[in-house]
Design a protein around this ligand. Structure first.
Ligand code: CA
Length: 237
């Protein structure tokens, strides 16, 4: 059955555009034009993904809707932001959003983002027996452990959480703010020195040459990316 997308947006023109694009590639689309109705439609329709506009004129805004959805569901939520303002993106992650899309976006970007987020959520639902293979690095999500070049690597809780967050977004740059918020908590969001230290620890454990990393790459001033040459295929253990 086609996956169902809930679009929460008050501008009919934008809803129509998004619907046309997503239906054209085979998704089912339902919509809600207020925050209030969004939660009702969500409960009724049980969508596989939510595209959620932050600015909703009446009642709860996108953040509040996301917070309410998160009280009972882990369905992926992609926030629609007017500008790529870091504060908005960060606030979205804080209330449990999985990703964001900056308006205006192209049809291609929209489809790519929806597919990527759905793929990620399918992977995380694979659950207990899945591993992520990334070149010679293998992350075992059930045992919360990693092996590199065939050797078991002992990771602390924080190191594992950081590696896991990077692995969930393999081959994409994850921002400092995202990593700090998701691994350490919202109050750490600007503690970049802390993050740098942990990246250093992880590199020491995972990289053949920590001064010339192959797995955890730096995006200067932006964040880090876990590079997976084979596209981060997840396999059953
Ligand atoms: Ca709006």
């Amino acid at each position: 059955m086609a996956e169902k997308i809930l679009v929460v947006e008050d501008e009919p023109r934008v809803v129509r555009l998004i619907s046309e694009v997503l239906k054209a590639v085979g998704y089912q689309v339902v919509s809600a034009d207020t925050g209030e109705s969004a939660v009702e439609v969500f409960a009724l329709e049980q969508p596989d993904l939510v595209l959620l506009d932050i600015l909703l004129p009446h009642g709860p805004d996108g953040y509040e809707v996301c917070r309410r959805i998160r009280e009972f569901s882990n369905v992926p939520v992609v926030m629609l932001t007017a500008r790529a303002r870091e504060s908005e993106i960060l606030q979205g992650f804080e209330v449990g959003a999985d990703d964001y899309l900056t308006k205006p976006f192209s049809a291609k970007e929209l489809v790519a983002r929806v597919r990527a987020v759905l793929r990620r959520s399918e992977r995380s639902e694979e659950g207990a027996d899945s591993t992520l293979r990334c070149g010679e690095l293998e992350i075992d999500f059930a045992r919360r452990s990693a092996r590199v070049r065939g050797e078991h690597v002992h990771l602390t809780r924080t190191e594992y959480a950081l590696l896991r967050r990077l692995a969930l977004h393999a081959n994409r740059v994850v921002t400092h703010e995202d990593l700090l918020t998701m691994v350490w908590g919202p109050e750490y969001w600007d503690d970049v020195d802390y993050l740098r230290a942990y990246v250093r620890y992880l590199r020491r454990k995972l990289e053949a040459d920590p001064s010339d990393p192959q797995y955890i790459l730096t995006s200067q001033g932006v964040g880090y990316m876990l590079a997976c040459p084979d596209e981060g295929r997840r396999q059953s253990a």
